[in-house]
Ligand binder design. Sequence first.
Ligand SMILES: N=C(N)NCCC[C@H](NC(=O)CCC(=O)O)C(=O)O
Length: 445
Amino acid sequence: MKHFEVNFDGLVGPTHNYAGLSFGNVASLNNAKSSSSPRDAAKQGLQKMKALADMGLQQGVLAPQERPDIYALRRLGFCGTDGEVLQQAAQQAPAIFQAVCSASSMWTANAATVSPSADTANGKVHFTPANLTNKFHRSLEPQTTGRILTAIFNNERYFQHHGHLPDNEHFGDEGAANHTRLCSQYGHAGVEVFVYGRHAFDSSKPAPSKYPARQTLEASQAIARLHGLSDDNTVYVQQNPDVIDQGVFHNDVIAVGNQNVLFYHQQAFAETSAKLQEIQQKFGDDRLHFIEVKTSEVSVEDAVNTYLFNTQLVTLDNGDMAIIAPTECQENDAVAAYLADLVSRDTPIRQVHYFDVKQSMRNGGGPACLRLRVALNDEELAAVNPHSLMNDALFDRLNQWVDKHYRDRLSVDDLRDPQLLDESRSALDELTQIMRLGSVYPFQR
Ligand SMILES: N=C(N)NCCC[C@H](NC(=O)CCC(=O)O)C(=O)O
């Protein structure tokens, strides 16, 4: 049986914009109110997907969400026709209005936590959409995310879908951005590492003081229970509260793992050596490569600005690993020098490939934020909705679809345009046909 890691990238939605919605995410705050290009953003994402598919990797696509979210506005008391709801909200509550327009579902590392069948008690692949409670605009995502995941992994023999955790900060869950899996082969049982920012039920424990810790230990433990993971294969690690206060709002901004490699910054974790020991002990006898980047080599500030760790670490057909990095890493001398040296060392990482994902980076989303990793064996892969898997035909079709429906420029003020809602709905309606997703969107139900 063959085993793969399939990266499901989020397709950027037609309302992609910079509204400064994410306190604690430095790029989101710094670029607030700049104008965006939804078309460029979607195309940059598609280019990355196509390039990874061309490198021989399995690549999937996840559909974006319906925005503006009229249903959220109705729940908040705005009423009348859809046009009236939009108009009232834009006038009376502009900040809420901007939040319901966000295309943030593009960062599918936050869509869900996924445990492959080799790790779970019932031998199925488990999915739990993240509740994303820490940010209002993101908390609107999990229901539709769950429907999209169910439409793509639509076979109960192989796939088990859970509801998102209770919508409360005690169970704040940011999905795969705070979860990584180490294994010797994708199809072998691995060690699932959950990284949390704070304890929700024990205020005596350390926590950041300036920016929020979005993920709680208790949420991570709940996911592990739901997915039927064993204690022997699960490790909980606390993120260093100081780095959260320096803008590391998700663990995937300071660490990334793949197979037998954990690539992380010296300051990423609390109690680093004890936790690395636990990971190695649960991993077993095979060699794990812990690649630690010292502060003297790359500062936390440079890591946050360039997203050195928000890179994808992928395994190529010949067994070598490649880093998929944003061009911001190439543009920073210290980081570019670090990466050039890294690939010459005796580790599995042999190549670096740079991608322009600037439209996403300006909102704090690098290459790794844009993808949800799903390790599958060939039988499971055959059960995945084939219209969500990237190939030349789907790439061309989605580019045409973007050209037809997406705006070239969008400012925060343009979000008030009632036509944007119609444009977004027609785009998504056509997309559900292209990807054969059924009626996943509220406007279709
Ligand atoms: N690190 C990972 N896995 N994902 C990045 C998510 C970025 C996203 N930015 C935003 O939602 C900004 C939207 C705005 O400001 O318009 C967030 O903060 O949740």
